[in-house]
Design a protein around this ligand. Structure first.
Ligand code: PRP
Ligand code: ZN
Length: 302
């Protein structure tokens, strides 16, 4: 079959804008894969067609995603909160600010960092500083909110961390994940101005597109729910079941099963919505539980 021109024949296909490559891209493709979606085209094209749902993926630069969604060129997007909030703070989204669902991955911080030898105790110490950043709107909003006088931003699109050494800035405002980049450049965090994670943005939509978006949202929610969730199975004295349930506060109502030939013992099965730690297993054993199994959950649909 010849390749169809993008979007020309099927106006009902939903468009989802994602980062083509970079910080968020791998996590995003991983999420889509866990949602059971595979794409018919390679990543280096401009778009990819999802096979299981009527969705076309737009592969773009992350800082273009908020405006593509706000302007309606894409129905939905997956983008870092840092980028989304910068575009919003800069007033580039107009009145059509899309709805936002946090995704819980690609977490990082937007921080103002200073050369390690700088004496810093409060925001006023930044008075008059030049701050190298690709987040001028968020940085300036923070400087204003904190009454920092005479500070200004110097917009750079990369390599912020060398700006102080080059003498073009006194500080930087940049993404910090492990902190390794700052450390290697003799810088230290003075203030965290925004905590970021990946966001699912877009809508409200209507008609067929709303249905497709809801199907996608439910799959994402299922992946998120199962990320930390565990299936816990154990055998326990019948009269210890309540005490055992109290050790697993994030667990659903347990299923209690008879154990063949043992009237005083039961098998307890439950889904725990959070990570189960060793300390909890040890408490369970003290309460008489045995044959304790904690299993990963692959998918979950409520
Ligand atoms: C970000 C940021 C730092 C680095 C911080 O850059 O600008 O350079 O990550 O991460 P760390 O705290 O784990 O060292 P990114 O990799 O997104 O690329 P970019 O500079 O090209 O935007
Ligand atoms: Zn960088």
């Amino acid at each position: 079959m010849p390749e169809q021109p993008f979007g020309s024949d099927q106006p009902d296909r939903l468009r989802l804008a994602v980062q083509k490559k970079g910080r968020l891209a791998d996590d995003t493709f991983d999420l889509l894969k866990k949602c059971g979606l595979t794409m018919s085209q390679s990543k280096n094209r401009l778009y990819a067609r999802v096979e299981q749902l009527p969705i076309d993926i737009l592969l773009v630069r992350d800082d273009d995603i908020p405006a593509l969604v706000a302007g309606g060129a894409s129905d939905l997007g997956i983008v870092g909160g840092n980028v989304f909030e910068e575009e919003r703070a800069a007033g580039r989204l107009g009145d059509n600010v899309p709805m936002v669902v946090p995704l819980g991955f690609s977490k990082c911080r937007l921080c103002i960092a200073l050369p390690k030898e700088t004496i810093y105790s409060a925001p006023k110490d930044m008075a008059g500083m030049r701050i190298a950043t690709s987040y001028p709107a968020l940085t300036e909003a923070w400087l204003n909110e904190n009454g920092v006088e005479g500070a200004r931003t110097v917009v750079m699109n990369g390599a912020h961390e060398i700006a102080p050494r080059l003498g073009v800035a006194d500080a930087v405002c940049d993404i910090v994940s492990t902190g390794g980049t700052l450390d290697a450049n003799g810088l230290a965090v003075a203030e965290t101005i925004y905590r970021s994670e990946a966001l699912f943005i877009g809508g409200p939509l209507d008609g067929r597109k709303a249905e497709i978006a809801e199907a996608l949202r439910l799959r994402i929610e299922g992946v998120q729910r199962s990320a930390d969730a565990k299936y816990v199975m154990l055998n326990a004295p019948r009269d210890a079941v309540d005490a055992i349930a109290a050790v697993l506060p994030a667990a659903d109502q347990p299923t209690i099963l008879e154990l063949a030939g043992q009237s005083d013992k039961v098998a307890v099965h439950t889904v725990c919505r959070e990570e189960v730690v060793w300390e909890q297993l040890e408490k369970l054993r003290k309460l008489g539980a045995s044959a304790i199994l904690v299993l990963d959950i692959d998918k979950m649909l409520a």
